[in-house]
Design a protein around this ligand. Structure first.
Ligand SMILES: NC(=O)c1ccc[n+]([C@@H]2O[C@H](COP(=O)([O-])OP(=O)(O)OC[C@H]3O[C@@H](n4cnc5c(N)ncnc54)[C@H](OP(=O)(O)O)[C@@H]3O)[C@@H](O)[C@H]2O)c1
Length: 221
């Protein structure tokens, strides 16, 4: 039994991570800004009022963890705001950098004392942050923030290897969540998280730093 900490745990993919981890008997610490009824119904530990862009919130999180250690840190919280070239909103681009790229890096850095040798760090990025895979343009803030996040994940994989901490950079697939307006062409959170957990289970120091689709495909940068 391992201890997983999941951000953005109140809905979507984060909530489904909590559900499947609890079902298989792992300990879950669900971190969010405010808990949903679905999250409360899981009867797991919930830490609320944590905005991942706030240093003081993350300090509070560290304090509330006490002397507990984390085996797997899942940086899942994120936002999308669609921006096209003819409607560039630089405040939105900055906000997406704060939440999608800087937030997870700061959280990971501040939680390092809570990770042991053999812990894992998961970076929930997006295929939208793949430069090679960008065949349609647009989505400036989201694409730019996710490629920055993936780069942070890659650097973390090198910097944390001496501590024997492995890092995975994961794309969940196109998933029916609020983020995608529950798109008909998406897969369910259940299917996505089944794949994501399989990737997390296979993560080790040999394959650390890999950019995986939840279905196991290795994605191009
Ligand atoms: N769905 C997809 O198809 C897809 C594809 C590629 C990548 N992803 C990535 O997968 C992750 C989860 O996505 P999802 O589809 O589950 O999205 P979602 O349903 O929109 O959930 C996003 C989660 O992030 C939290 N969050 C947003 N801003 C935050 C902040 N400043 N501080 C703390 N928490 C914050 C939200 O909390 P609140 O409820 O408080 O807003 C919510 O729990 C994201 O990183 C996303 O970019 C998703």
């Amino acid at each position: 039994m391992a201890t997983y900490l999941v951000t953005g745990a109140n809905r979507g993919i984060g909530l489904e991570y909590c559900r499947q981890l609890q079902r298989r008997g792992d300990d879950v610490i669900a971190v969010c800004r405010s808990a949903s009824d679905e999250l409360k119904a899981l009867n797991i530990e919930i830490i609320t009022n944590i905005d991942i862009t706030s240093e003081s919130c993350i300090s509070e999180l560290v304090k509330r963890l006490g002397d507990r250690m984390i085996d797997v840190l899942i940086n899942n919280a994120g936002i999308v705001e669609r921006i096209s070239l003819d409607n560039l909103d630089f405040e939105s681009i900055r906000r997406q950098f704060e939440i999608n790229a800087i937030g997870p890096l700061r959280l990971t850095q501040m939680l390092l004392p809570k990770l042991r040798n053999s812990s894992k760090v998961i970076i929930m990025t997006s295929r939208m942050g793949s430069i090679e895979d960008n065949t349609s343009g647009g989505s400036y803030g989201y694409r730019m923030s996710k490629v920055a996040l993936s780069m942070a994940g890659k650097s973390l994989s090198h910097d944390l290897k001496p501590r024997q901490i492995a890092v995975a950079i994961l794309h969940p697939g196109l998933v029916k969540t609020r983020m995608t307006n529950f798109t008909d062409s998406g897969i369910t959170p259940e299917e996505s998280v089944r794949g994501l957990l399989a990737r997390i289970d296979q993560l080790n120091l040999e394959n650390t730093g890999t950019f995986w689709h939840s279905n196991g495909e290795v994605l191009p940068w």
